[in-house]
Design a protein. Structure first.
Length: 326
């Protein structure tokens, strides 16, 4: 395992690259909680640095939830949790977009928040948080009759290569179709990284209840959209149409354009299995310029949560655009 903390569970993570250094930001929670499911509600964002994606040096934590007082009318958007995000650099400033939830809402409604830094070590939360919320014209809000949250999380930011626009992709749920297949990659755009306009989903196949931690990378002239899916959230319609067993892990889609349309080539899985041993996969170029997959170690053979980030797994690119792990 490339990164493991003896006293903390580690799960979702994301990277920033600064010169020859890789900065990994990750969700963490104390193992003293006993029950690994409690980690979600006792979370902070840790930070470690590496030059090879294998040997990591933990440094000071990056972000933790904001203080909360019951009845506070100015409750912070991240008073309960600081969940998965991404880092984008613009000029001399690093922007960390992350997921916040409120304690008064029991963490059921997710919003995108922002913190900025000049050195990747010291972060200041933006005074206008939250910056982006789901738009009910396109996306499902909170309805506990058929789903467990109002999904608007895991932001991923890309600057458009041809115009002054930033694109944000998030884990979301569209507001139509069978509830068990509403998982989508949601979308918003901005010209200044602060003010965002929510738009229609860029990918809503009807296959999953949720499509987590989206990431888009341009590789060998094509755009690859990665996300993580769980076998327990494959829609019934998708199960009925499948020839194999539902898998848990990283799914990828391919397009010639940044905002799609995206399609599946082959089975579209990378590092997935029935057990769900790896999850929340991220792809990144290593110091040798090859592309690698890293993911967190989720469950052991008995279904117990492990936590910790796996060693980099080299990705091979086939002629038709399919991916596989070497």
């Amino acid at each position: 395992m490339a990164f493991n903390l003896e006293d903390k569970w580690v799960w979702d993570f994301w990277f920033a690259v600064d010169g020859n250094q890789y900065h990994m930001f990750y969700l963490q929670a104390d193992k003293s909680l006993g029950d690994s499911e409690l980690r979600h509600w006792n979370v902070s964002i840790g930070h470690a640095i590496s030059i090879d994606l294998i040997h990591w040096n933990p440094v000071q934590d990056a972000i933790k939830p904001s203080p909360y007082q019951e009845g506070d009318v100015n409750e912070a958007a991240d008073s309960y949790t600081t969940w998965t995000g991404c880092v984008h650099k613009e000029d001399d400033t690093w922007y960390m977009f992350y997921t916040g939830t409120k304690r008064s809402e029991k963490g059921l409604i997710q919003r995108v928040c922002l913190a900025t830094s000049k050195d990747l070590l010291n972060w200041q939360k933006h005074p206008e948080n939250p910056l982006v919320e789901l738009d009910p014209r396109y996306y499902d809000g909170l309805n506990l009759d058929y789903w467990h949250d109002a999904s608007w999380r895991d932001p991923w930011i890309i600057k458009d290569p041809s115009k002054p626009v930033y694109h944000m992709y998030v884990t979301a749920r569209c507001n139509q179709g069978s509830p068990d297949g509403r998982g989508t990659v949601g979308y918003a755009s901005s010209t200044d990284l602060i003010h965002w306009k929510v738009g229609e989903p860029i990918l809503a196949p009807g296959w999953y209840g949720e499509m987590e931690v989206p990431q888009i990378e341009k590789i060998h002239g094509r755009y690859y959209l990665f996300c993580s899916v769980s076998s327990k959230f494959h829609s019934q319609a998708h199960r009925d149409s499948m020839s194999g067993t539902p898998l848990t892990g990283t799914k990828y889609f391919v397009s010639d354009s940044l905002n799609g349309p995206y399609k599946v080539i082959g089975d579209g899985f990378l590092g997935a299995d029935e057990q769900g041993s790896l999850y929340s996969g991220r792809v990144i170029q290593g110091p040798d310029q090859h592309w690698y997959l890293l993911a967190f170690n989720r469950d052991d053979a008995q279904g117990n949560f492990i936590g910790g980030v796996c060693n980099p797994k080299k990705i091979e690119f086939l002629e038709d655009g399919q991916l596989k792990l070497a």
